[in-house]
Design a protein around this ligand. Structure first.
Ligand code: GTR
Length: 326
């Protein structure tokens, strides 16, 4: 067995150990917008089990899934103030707070999942994780967020022209608003939890997301046209509140960091499986999936987004480093 396989097997075995005989001294409250069973939720639970074992029950994690603690933008603020100890969110809603997260939220910045992993697992990822610190967060690990594509309730989208004038929900970040404007659509930034009813009532025509979110949110029930143009690949981040972090001993801090990183391989396995399962479910439900799509006009249209957002030397350098990563 390779080291990776051994590590995964050990992690899986510990996740399967149900319940706990140990009472936790400190339980860290962690937020997630996704439902129970979603890969990000399960990965943080797995991290919690590792933490519990490795601290002999001193530290545990309770995952509040399904947006029980609020929508992402609000929970990000609450995490800063230590009301929430940990948070698993997309990096999109962090764009206006932590400048460095913008580079990985740019359309078509990653050439493939392998490229994204290489960047996030290496020194660029480490630099982005560190950037959270001066804003009141400790960046612990990155999770996969798949490729995001457009879906809507009106018609199959096969070209940039088809998007003209459509009202499309985006995550709350200026980059995504400008991305839609560049494609000739009307961007509507709104919390994830409002998307289903907004499509249903016709407030918006559609939104954009990856297979697991399109499926688990039920959006496929109200927006059956899904175009695999894959314009974004925004990684997700697991952060801890700096104020909760500062209460831990240096030893426990190291254990938290390590447990977060150790949960990443499991998260990636769960992600691949869920992408497949979600696609099957959505297709079986009658979604019309448009796969024959020329991405070039979408990529070409993104020039003004890069020009507007990649202006500081810091971001220019990060973008250049990402593009130079083989
Ligand atoms: C999902 C992501 C969430 C959230 C959501 C959204 O793919 O995992 O964290 O950002 O998209 O569109 O708001």
């Amino acid at each position: 067995m390779t080291f990776m396989k051994l590590a995964k097997a050990a992690l899986l075995a510990s996740v399967m150990m149900t319940g706990s005989a140990m009472a936790c001294e400190t339980t860290l409250r962690s937020s997630d917008t996704h439902p129970d069973g979603y890969p990000t939720v399960e990965a943080v639970k797995a991290m919690g089990k590792l933490l519990e074992e490795r601290t002999n029950g001193r530290l545990c994690i309770e995952v509040f899934h399904s947006a029980q603690l609020g929508q992402e933008k609000d929970t990000i603020e609450q995490t800063k103030f230590g009301v929430i100890d940990m948070n698993r969110v997309s990096m999109g809603p962090f764009n206006n707070l932590v400048e460095e997260t913008k580079v990985v939220s740019l359309p078509f910045i990653f050439r493939s999942t392998e490229h994204m992993h290489k960047v996030m697992d290496g020194p660029i990822g480490e630099d982005i994780l560190k950037a959270f610190e001066e804003h009141g967060y400790v960046g612990l690990a990155f999770f996969d967020g798949g490729s995001r594509s457009f879906y809507n309730s009106k018609k199959p989208i096969t070209s940039v022209e088809d998007l003209k004038g459509m009202k499309v929900r985006v995550m709350q970040s200026d980059i995504f608003v400008d991305m839609m404007t560049a494609l000739g659509a009307n961007a509507t930034p709104m919390p994830y939890g409002e998307v289903y009813s907004s499509i249903q009532t016709g407030v918006i025509d559609g939104a954009e997301n990856n297979w697991p979110s399109f499926e688990s949110s039920g959006h496929f029930e109200v927006a059956k046209y899904y175009t695999l143009n894959q314009h974004l690949m925004v990684p997700e981040v697991l952060v801890m509140s700096k104020s909760s972090w500062d209460k831990l001993s240096a030893e426990d801090q190291a254990t938290v960091r390590e447990a977060a990183k150790d949960a990443v391989p499991l998260m990636r396995d769960l992600w691949v499986a869920r992408e497949k399962a979600s696609e099957e479910k959505v297709r079986a439900a009658g979604a019309q999936v448009i796969t024959d799509i020329d991405k070039k006009p979408f990529i070409d249209a993104m020039k003004p987004v890069y020009e507007k957002h990649v202006t500081s030397d810091k971001l220019k350098e990060l973008v250049a480093r990402i593009q130079a990563t083989e």
